[in-house]
Design a protein around this ligand. Structure first.
Ligand code: SAM
Length: 292
């Protein structure tokens, strides 16, 4: 499907339903969860969550047309979903009840900078940790209770621009409650580019990364891009020592219209889910043993 300039400018590449389904399965979706997609487009993630019994979902998109399309797609669930047409990178504040850091699951596929979509608004950049780069370190001597402490502080500078997906990654985490889950599709460069090392360090230092799953280039081919992407699944809690991240590379997916998440249509996706389940069981067993 050829993309209009506007669609390209806004990074509008809809996620195939089977991938949205896969991501909900990956995080062990619970219908009691409060869910948000801060760049929801047509709303496929919200639809999949509502079809699984979700009772409270929120969709944000900057494009009024996308919101209208989402309302049509979700017409059978409108009592349980709220849509807001706004910039998903606006500061989180208490003015709007929906715009809070209290979601159990923040899920989606934000716009990518590959289409030239970098954020240059200084006001917005100033609110994001990941829009800053370290320029040095200084040590400060503090004294208290008769002892001398040395504290080292990082000096940081705000970048003049940042790739939009990096800011959205931070926004996804901001909207998530402590102990909640984030599942997001990102360009693979986030996991490899030297210039994005500070993003990986921020992730590893602060959160429990459960999985990174590479997707093949033809995942989004039908909607107009062959970008190499990966799914990142994390929990908003500090990592434990010796935490292991599950890594997988999916080389084939069947994303045709009605392709389902079963071993005939999508054996590799199903194998990844089974391997993840096994991993969770092994970790739970290990924790039980350690606990007594
Ligand atoms: C890659 S599409 C994904 C849409 C949907 N989450 C999905 O997976 O099908 C990215 C969406 O982000 C929206 N978008 C672009 N810039 C945005 C912004 N600053 N705030 C909120 N939404 C934005 C676009 O309109 C588009 O619908």
């Amino acid at each position: 499907m050829p993309q209009s300039n506007r669609q390209k400018r806004l990074g509008q590449f809809w996620t195939p339903p089977v991938i949205a389904e896969f991501m909900l399965e990956l995080v062990g979706f619970n219908p009691l969860w409060k869910v948000i997609d801060p760049a929801c487009g047509e709303g496929i993630f919200l639809l999949k969550a509502l079809e699984r019994g979700c009772k409270f979902a929120v969709g944000i998109d900057i494009d009024p047309e996308a919101i209208e399309r989402a309302k049509t797609l979700l017409k059978d669930h409108l009592g349980k979903v709220q849509f807001y047409c706004q910039d998903g990178l606006l500061p989180i504040n208490d003015e709007n009840a929906f715009w809070r850091s209290d979601y159990d699951l923040v899920v989606g596929n934000p716009p990518f900078a590959a289409t030239g979509y970098r954020v240059r608004d200084r006001e917005i950049l100033s609110k994001f940790e990941l829009a800053k780069v370290k320029v040095g370190e200084e040590t400060i001597n503090l004294s208290g209770q008769g002892s001398l402490f040395e504290v080292s502080l990082e000096r940081k500078r705000q970048k003049p621009s940042q790739a939009i997906e990096v800011l959205f990654l931070e926004r996804f985490v901001n909207l998530c409650k402590q102990g909640g889950k984030v599942c997001i599709i990102l360009p693979e460069g986030i996991f490899a580019n030297t210039s994005l090392r500070h993003v990986r360090e921020w992730l590893i230092k602060n959160f429990t990364i459960h999985a990174v799953i590479g997707l093949p280039r033809d995942t989004f081919k039908a909607v107009g891009t062959t970008a190499k992407t990966a799914i990142l699944y994390l929990e908003k809690r500090p990592p434990q020592e010796n935490h292991e991240v599950f890594l997988a590379e999916v080389s084939r997916v069947n994303v045709n219209g009605n392709a389902s998440l079963d071993s005939d249509a999508n054996p590799q996706l199903v194998a990844v889910l089974e391997a993840m389940k096994l991993r969770e069981q092994t970790i739970a067993k290990r924790q039980n043993l350690a606990g007594g």
